[in-house]
Structure formats: C-alpha cells, structure tokens
Design a protein around this ligand. Sequence first.
Ligand SMILES: Cc1ncc(COP(=O)(O)O)c(C=O)c1O
Length: 457
Amino acid sequence: MKKETLIDDLEQVIGYIKNSRNLSKEDKEKITNETIEYTKTNLNPGWLDYRKSVSENYAIVEWADGGDAFYDLYGQKYMDFLGGYGIFTAGHRNPEILNPILKQLDRQPMNSQELLEPLRGYLAKIMAEITPGNLHNIFFTSGGAEAVEMALKLAKLASGKQWFISAVNAFHGKSFGALSVTGKNMYRAPYLPLLQQVQHVEYGNAEAMETAIKNLIAVGESVAAVILEPIQGEAGVMIPPEGYLKKVREICDQYGILLILDEIQTGMGRTGTMWRCEAEDVVPDIMCFGKSFGGGLCPATGIMFKEALLVNEMAEDPCLLGSPTFAGNPLSSVASLATIRYMLKNDIPGMCKRKGAIILSKLKNLQKKYPEILIDFRGAGLLIAMEFENSDIGYFVAKHLFSKKILTAGTLNNAKTIRIEPPAVISEEAIDVLGQELDNVFEQVRAEFIEKKEAIK
Ligand SMILES: Cc1ncc(COP(=O)(O)O)c(C=O)c1O
C-alpha cells in the first residue's frame, strides 16, 4: 500500500475516535465490516468463531462504556455481568478515576525511567498500608502473568530453593513460568516441557500438599514456594474448604517454604474483602494483584512481598528481578491511586459482599424451582458461578441472556460453568432483570432439554 493511502486510512480511523459520538450510518457499517475483515485476515479468524459474546451476530462491535454497562457501535446498551473477567470492579470509566488520569495525561503519562517517580512511591506506600500483615515491599508489572513470573522468580531468589507446588486446575496466566504453575492440561499440553520443578496437587486438599512436599524433601529436592489462588476463579469459582489456606500456611511455615497467593482475580474487593486472604485470616509471603488494580482504565499489576525477601543481591541490583518498561508508569499509578481512594471511600468490598449476597439468594430460589437445571451455584462477593449439567445448557442460558442485553461469561467452547462477575456498581434493578431473565430461560431449558429428553425416553 502506498504511504499516502496509509496516511489517509490512519486519518480516517483517528477521525472515528475524535468524532465517536457523531458517526454516520455509513461510518458505522464501514467500521463493522472492516472490524470483521481485519480480525479475520490480520488477527486470527478463530476469534470470530470463538464467539466470546455468545452471539452469532458478529456485527456487534463494542464502542463505549460507562457505569455498569457498555454500548455497541449503534448505541445499544448491554448490562455488564462479566466485568471484563474482573477488571471493572470500580465500574466502567468511573469519573473519580478517569478525571485524575486525564489530568495526568495532560501533565506526564510516561516517565524517563531514569529519575525517581513520585506517584510510584506514593502507591508503594499506600499498598503497604492496605495489604495484609507485614507485606511491605512492592514490585510493579503490567500484566497478571508477568506479576506471577516475578513472584516465582522472587521466591527462587530469596529462598535459594528450586521447586514449586501448585494446584490442579489453577490458573496463573500463560507466559512460560505462569503456565508452568497453571494446572489446566489444555493450555499446557502444546508447550511441554515447561518448568520441570513444579508439582501439581489437588486443590483444597492440604494433606496432598504436605505429602508432595515431604516426598520432594525426602528425595533431596528443595521447595521454594507454594502458589495458590485463594479461590480458583478460572476453574469455575472453586472455593476451598474452610481452614484450607490456614493449614497450607502452617505447612509452609513448618517446612520453611514461601507462600504465594495469587489475588489477581480475588483481590481489590471482588470477593467481599479487600483481599480474599483477609477473609481466611492468612498472610502470604508474596501476593500477586492485578485486574481491577488499574480501575479498568489502565493496565496495572504487581506483587507485594515481605521485607525479609528483599535479599542483598536484589537490594544491590534492583533490576535483578526484572525491569519492565511500563511497570509503575505515572498514568497507571494515578489509576491505581484513584481506584484505591474510590474503593476505600465507597466501601467497594462491602458493596461486592452485599450485592453478591443478593445474587446468591436469587440463585438459591432459582435452584429450588429448577433443581435439574441449575445443578450448583457458588460464590464469594461478586465472584459467582452457576453450573449446568452440560455446556449446551450453559450456552443456551448465556445466549438467551445476551439476546436480552446481559453479558455473562459463557462461550461455545466452555459454558458448563457460567461466571457472574459484574462491577460493584451494578444496579439492583439490573440484578432484578438478571434474576427475571434467568427464570425465563430456565423455563425454556426445561422445555427444550429436559422435557424433550424425557419424551424421547
Ligand atoms: C488468578 C489469575 N492469575 C493470573 C491471571 C493472568 O492475568 P493476565 O491475563 O493479566 O496475564 C489471571 C487471569 O485471569 C488470573 O485470574
């Protein structure tokens, strides 16, 4: 393509953004068609069939958002019961977070990387205040998997030991180290061998964990850390038995092993307390955080760790663990500072707890009415899952909800368990609509799946 044509194309796209609220019908059609075409040819055609949006209508292009909803290119409103898989806890484009970011954009979005960065310092100090126990030092990253990488590296560096114990079905991200401790066969298989010194044990079973550790030590190996999600999110909101994390903490202390808790999904108020480990009264040695840490406006993640882990080599060379270009940049730091301010002022953890309880009580009533359809449901705060007998039923439910402009997380590939993970600011009216639409669709499921099946018998 000629340079002039490329520049014209670029002018057009940037024009769409400048003029985003006044696009013509032709513009909207062109954007839709070109989005489909370029996704197919220059991204990966698989994205179209993957149908994350639970719809066969590819023409739904996401264009704007605000509060507890997002809007397509034609201005149709969708109630967000997915929350970007956990990033929108503080809502969409929350003005209390957006406005400081806009001010910072005007002043200095990125920094030289050479001088000291004040906002990074303030954020580090605040994080030491709002994280449990004696978690004291911070290392910033930009993605969740990247935070997990740093947690694993820090555990090795600080302990001088080698092995990691993780859990079956765990999800810690898809970069090499994070994938190595992830416990999902499907994601791991094409990349084997991964990190070799990882032992996966059954989640929720402290005895299995202790046995694995004992056996490794018995054969002369050394264990650096245990890494766990306090609730397994991606696995389908699996809540471990009460006391499990406490027992794991005791085992780690007994064998001199570090405990890494991955609070990327469960933290920042999502599960009804600022951090899930607080609800379990457990303090990890290293804690990963991310997702809604940037307020749904900037990518921001990181790890908090105990001061004792800041070993001499790391203090002498602060780049030894890592030196990611964009981590702790001023824009992301403002986003996180404003998010924390908003969460503390408005008791967002409490809001998640209260609204989560309303949703769970609706699910309880629905289960009483449709026990053969909603075979299980579970949740903590606004991290909730509904379970169906099979993916077909789940997909039918998610598809119906989407047709009523309610987004949940059911895909054609995996809809046996559907997650409900809305922003804390989700309105109670929206929760009522969700309850009503679930009732409507369960009635249809009964007719389509259960009664038809019985008639065939
Ligand atoms: C618990 C947990 N850890 C790590 C990650 C990976 O984060 P990212 O997708 O930002 O790399 C996720 C993502 O869903 C997660 O839920």
